[in-house]
Write a protein that binds this ligand. Structure first.
Ligand SMILES: *Cc1c(COP(=O)(O)O)cnc(C)c1O
Length: 387
């Protein structure tokens, strides 16, 4: 008998949606204003006040946010952008779509974040930017990264898809670099279905991003069609269609109100997992670095077949048989054929990311989980390792 029945399958990364979001979406539907409008403006304002600094531009995904940021930096074909091999493909694809060449710098195996010493080794005369990813919600080591940026005159775009609550020395992730990019995808800590946010340090940069994100038009649509009369727009860039809708912002506004409450719940779940798995042979997440706050986005175990007796993929299969969903974050980027074929990346060039990418598995960590759900996950992990 599995820990949970089939019709009670525990979905990985299920969002916690409440009545306030539902009512706000209905309000947008009834008002007839579905597209980019006052709720997007309010969500941007709320988001920048939560982070405590910077200027915000909402868009329709973090992938779009990354793309817009890199385009706004004015990078040129042949420019190199250094990022981590342990990330979602979107971080790398955004670099490619901005016309640049992605370069991978290996991770620190303890933190799973990009290693500043590895970044330094990869800097060439063509390097223009660094794109660190705050993996799982753990802050990258921003002091040495920003010092490298200063020394070599590089731009910094932070991928904060996991890192809304993350801080480093009291400052929020996403406010160190020229740009910080956030995701509101369904599995993320704040969700809008699909959605993203660009944070910029300067007003000028965020205006540029807003123009690029809406066809390159110099005024945004809801101002154009407001009741102070029609105004002609001017196209000043070949822009994109990356704007967020009010229906999405309607969800985000209320999700953001509960960001800290949900964070506290995920901390409780995290602590239960850490305690329960201590006696087992699996590898557990390292404690966060002093003076940082880990956003607790992903709880990852390491399945090294030598002490564990089974490999990661077998573990996932057994968890699925227990009707518990898991995730893999991530197979290292060079594992994917496209990048090997087009960039000649070899697995041995980033050995830590490749090794950990083959061992890592993420357990459910949604704030929606009940104590019973958590107990089921713990029991299932123990059973799967004993089999
Ligand atoms: C989810 C994610 C993205 C992409 O976010 P979308 O909003 O789905 O485009 C980018 N980078 C990382 C690290 C992610 O986890």
């Amino acid at each position: 008998m599995p820990v949970r029945s089939k019709d009670n399958f525990l979905v990985f990364g299920a969002p916690r949606i409440e009545q306030a979001e539902i009512d706000e979406v209905v309000d947008s539907m009834k008002s007839g204003w579905l597209g980019t409008g006052p709720k997007v403006a309010r969500f941007e304002k709320d988001f920048s006040s939560y982070l405590g600094s910077g200027h915000a531009a909402a868009c329709n995904s973090c992938t779009a946010a990354l793309h817009l940021s890199l385009v706004a930096l004015g990078l040129k074909p042949g420019d190199e952008v250094i990022t981590t091999p342990l990330t979602f493909c979107a971080s790398v694809n955004a670099i490619i779509h901005a016309g640049c060449t992605p370069v991978l710098a290996d991770i620190n195996p303890r933190t799973m974040n990009i290693d500043p010493d590895c970044i330094r080794e990869k800097i060439t005369s063509r390097t223009r930017a660094i794109l660190p990813v705050h993996f799982a919600g753990r802050s990258c080591d921003m002091d040495p990264i920003m010092a490298l940026a200063e020394e070599f005159d590089l731009k910094v775009v932070e991928d904060c898809a996991h890192a809304i609550e993350t801080t480093y020395k009291g400052q929020h992730a996403g406010t160190f670099g020229d740009f910080g990019c956030f995701s509101f995808y369904v599995t993320k800590n704040v969700c809008t279905g699909e959605g993203g946010m660009v944070m910029a340090r300067t007003e000028e940069d965020i205006q540029n991003v807003k123009v690029l994100g809406l066809h390159g038009m110099s005024a945004d649509a809801w101002k154009r069609f407001s009741d102070d009369g029609y105004k002609h727009y001017e196209v000043i860039h070949a822009g994109f269609k990356y704007n967020m809708m009010d229906i999405q912002a309607a969800i985000g506004i209320h999700q953001l109100k509960r960001v800290e409450e949900n964070f506290i719940r995920r901390c409780e779940i995290w602590d239960m997992y850490q305690e329960a798995f201590k006696p087992l042979t699996v590898g557990q997440p390292a404690p966060e670095e002093p003076n940082t706050r880990h956003a607790r986005h992903l709880y990852t175990l390491m399945l090294d077949p030598v002490p564990c007796g089974i490999d990661r993929d077998e573990f996932i299969m057994r968890m699925t048989r227990q009707n518990i969903g898991t995730g893999v974050h991530y197979l290292a980027v060079p594992e994917h054929p496209y990048y090997r074929e087009h960039y000649g990346w070899k697995l041995e060039d980033t050995p830590h990311a490749v090794a950990l990418g083959r061992q890592t598995v993420s357990l459910p960590l949604s704030a929606k989980l009940t104590d019973n759900d958590v107990a089921d996950v713990i029991e299932a992990v123990k059973l799967c390792l004993e089999d």
